[in-house]
Design a protein around this ligand. Sequence first.
Ligand code: NAP
Length: 341
Amino acid sequence: MSEPHELVIAGSGVAGLSAAVYAARADLAPLVLEGDEPGGQLTLTTDVENYLGFPEGVGGMELIQRGKEQAERFGATFEHGRIETATLDSDPIKLSLAGGETIQTQALIVATGASARWVGAENEEELMGYGLSTCATCDGAFHREHDVLVVGGGDSAMEEALFLAKFADSVTVVHRREELRASDIMARRARDHDAISFRWNTELEAIHGSQTDGVTGATLISHSDGYPTEQVADGVDVKREVVDIQGVFYAIGHTPNTEFLTDTPVELDSAGYIQTQTNAAGRMTAKTGVDGVFAAGDVADPMYRQAITAAGTGSMAALDAEAFLDSQTSEQAVESDQLVQ
Ligand code: NAP
């Protein structure tokens, strides 16, 4: 096994890159494991207009590429790699990567993000980022005077619909049954909005359009008993309808990328998000509660999930990791002094 790294950062989205810039500037020579989705969720969006410092907006890919160059400039290195299992209570920490390699590190920042769930509709892979989106805050402003669909029935779907209603002519919430999962207050706000309507017992079967023309329409399926996709699978007839729309937003939840932490002492909430700790003064930190393991970005944030907040927590994780590594060095110095005496 090769020599331990001082710091490994798992994930190369905004949080991982921000942590890498801070850690590299602190001379920690971080190794960034890029994961299965190098660059994270921003690579699925076209233009980012709400990231500070880009008055004309910036492409999601470009923002990520610039962040990577910035981190490399200060000495961060990048490797393709996904952690499959982790032994976190050993010193150094041991990480087994998909592919068989095992690496060691004194500290770990987990910035593996959360993946928006996809519906599975026809053409979604081709049109993601071209009129199909998983983030209204990121892409809503491209749909001024458009007719758009939001898929989902939870708080996120209501929030996305309400945000989109600021720009779009009409927002149709497509929900697979006839009762919302959303909280009463969010549901009421959406129901009371003139530009928002609901299609109950309905699911999205296909999205129409191209990367050149964007989204031009969608095929919806519905059944009075709900869950129309399951009805189709059971051979039951469903109603099919093609609608003219220019945008589709998925809001059916996110899955935090924390599978490799399931059997470790890192505390996860019921949805699998990492629970970060407060310090003695009750202030937020990026610490996970396991010595030397820190978390940043959406993997620890089911609430805000913005690029700018991910960048902020990335810098926090790097600062916390730096302090941890400094304290380890001081402890070792004291121990070797005691041995000499
Ligand atoms: P969620 O509560 O899990 O809701 C997901 C919705 O998507 C459900 O309505 C579900 O339908 C639907 N869905 C799931 N898989 C689907 C599929 N394959 N096809 C079609 N529809 C599907 O997720 P969320 O809305 O992202 O919220 C996550 C958490 O964050 C919640 O605790 C929520 O309260 C919180 N949150 C709060 C706020 C706020 O307070 N401002 C905003 C956003 C999120 P079913 O209902 O039939 O299962």
